[in-house]
Design a binder for this molecule. Sequence first.
Ligand SMILES: C[S@@+](CC[C@H](N)C(=O)[O-])C[C@H]1O[C@@H](n2cnc3c(N)ncnc32)[C@H](O)[C@@H]1O
Length: 274
Amino acid sequence: MNSSEEYNFNKFSNLPFYTEINAKFLEFAKIDDQKTIVDLGCGTGGITKLLIDRLKNAKETVIYAIDHSKTALKTAANEIEETKNILVKFCHSEVQSLTDVIKDKVDAIVYCNSIHYVPDKSDLLTKIKSKLNNKGILAFNTSFFEGSHPEDSLEFFRKWMLRSLRKVKKEYGISAKKSNKVESRVQLNQEEYKNLLLENGFEINSIKTNRIDVPIEGWHHISGFSDWIEGILPGIPLDIGRDVLQKSLAEIWEELKLNSIPRIWLSVSASPKV
Ligand SMILES: C[S@@+](CC[C@H](N)C(=O)[O-])C[C@H]1O[C@@H](n2cnc3c(N)ncnc32)[C@H](O)[C@@H]1O
């Protein structure tokens, strides 16, 4: 296993609580009988698998699974079993190059927990709109938007981060550095997402937030995902970052006698305005 495989999203993505959030999300967004679907930022294929489950009775359906991580795509290809009536095409690409990768218009673009990575969301929405059929659906969710941290989760986060930073320094003699990569991730609030969609020629089918109780397994496994480690401990080697985050988590969880820590997910379904 190479390092990007070891620190990919797969362990987190396969957790039951995460699968349930996304299964309900696909239901909310009415992704059920579309013939052509893009799974944008597909990662290790967690959502692709859910799509295949939902489309069991489909005939001649194509899912384009797009991600810029070759190793995530490789894991996804291993995770996904072939089905007779659904063809999954893996595309190694930046989401920003969507219009080069997808030639014809599609019925749905599903974009789970990934839109927050893109700095120029307006440009991406224009590209997405140009690839959707008239009644096509853009369905995205994110737990990285302004408003995703409930008040009653803040003490836990503050303690977890401080403990991790101290451990890195005390046990390894190194300090985290500011990261350009992470700072380019623009987090919008619900209203800003709504306005951005309207400004880019979409109409909103539905939009909602959900408070999710994330169990310790969620925080433990997300601490093994490279993007999370780089976000919290920029510049720290991934093995050290994972170790420190997981150890600090276990300590704080015990000290605060926690059962879960809440997080808010934003779910949006929109279509091109006709
Ligand atoms: C948090 S994971 C979510 C994966 C999957 N959608 C899920 O929910 O299980 C985010 C994924 O987005 C991909 N990603 C981030 N920025 C990207 C970009 N600009 N182009 C393509 N993929 C990108 C990452 O490689 C990663 O696999």
